[in-house]
Design a protein. Structure first.
Length: 296
């Protein structure tokens, strides 16, 4: 293509304004030209990327993410931004048609906050959202506390995926976030998790003790050598002792002996608090198997 004024071939296309400009004489050859390719965008310091590569639906949103939404640019004047934000609030409210959509929206927003508190990935959040929609369709959530139901579904999804999140940890996060009593939330987790596993035909496997060691050892600031020895000592525990013991408790015992072998100071009280096990029970079991395993 050549410029009709100076016959130059140095033509620049401005994708933002949709203009073709001659860089030699400055003539705007064409303006408001539509780009026929896919829409692209870029953030600060980022390369242009396509905006139409999403899955099209998002089960973590009450309307599956298909409702329209818009953002307010910071480049606009303050008065214009305030007007657009008011429009944004009204537009978000219009996406909720009835009380059912409103309650579902609030629950999924709370789920997003809990997943952030517990450092759970988007994939787990999607799975929990699907289970909540199934429970809602079967009317299993009617008359039950939504936060306790969410806690039970989080616990169920973590057990199914082998993610080391304890029931005490989940109950504490829910209680702190929504101002509930931790013991009540914990009872709800146990009761509702059994109900959901029965209704959905799920078998909840136990999370391995090795996963709990990898989960809590960095929080206790153990060295890599201590973590390796804890895994080794876990394998040599007597079968008569391992039988019937919760994996979390076995991980606490292995962490204590792993730290002791490499000479790192680690109190039973600190391990019990971090892992959520009884300090006295941990002390009695450590004394019981001290002479059985080669830990020195």
């Amino acid at each position: 293509m050549h410029c009709p004024l100076c016959s130059s071939s140095a033509i620049l296309f401005d994708s933002i304004k949709g203009e073709q400009i001659c860089t030699r004489c400055g003539l705007v050859i064409m303006e408001r030209q539509c780009e026929l390719g896919p829409e692209r965008r870029s953030g600060p310091g980022e390369e242009f990327e396509r905006v139409d590569l999403s899955s099209g639906s998002d089960v973590t949103q009450h309307d599956y993410g298909l409702g329209s939404k818009f953002n307010v640019s910071k480049d606009l004047p303050p008065s214009e931004r305030a007007r657009l934000r008011r429009m944004q609030v009204l537009q978000q409210r219009s996406r909720v048609l009835d009380w059912g959509d409103r309650s579902l929206r609030e629950v999924l927003i709370d789920l997003d906050k809990l997943c952030e508190d517990l450092s759970l990935s988007k994939g787990i959040k999607i799975e929990i959202s699907m289970y909540y929609r199934k429970a809602r369709a079967k009317k299993l959530t009617s008359g039950r506390n939504a936060h306790q139901v969410l806690a039970a579904l989080i616990f169920t999804a973590c057990r199914l995926r082998g993610i080391p999140r304890t029931d005490y940890e989940i109950s504490k996060a829910v209680a702190e976030r929504f101002g509930l009593e931790e013991t009540i939330v914990l009872r709800g987790v146990h009761r509702f998790a059994k109900m959901f596993s029965r209704e959905f035909g799920l078998k909840l496997p136990r999370v391995s003790a090795d996963s709990y060691i990898d989960r809590f050892a960095p929080q206790l600031e153990l060295s890599r050598e201590a973590i390796v020895r804890a895994h080794e000592l876990l394998k040599v525990l007597p079968k008569s002792y391992v039988q019937g013991k919760p994996p979390l408790f076995l991980a606490a015992v292995a962490i204590y002996f792993g730290a002791a072998v490499v000479g790192e100071k680690m109190t039973l009280k600190k391990i019990a608090i971090n892992l959520g096990v009884g300090a006295s029970s941990l002390s009695n079991n450590v004394a019981r198997i001290k002479g059985v395993i080669p830990w020195e």
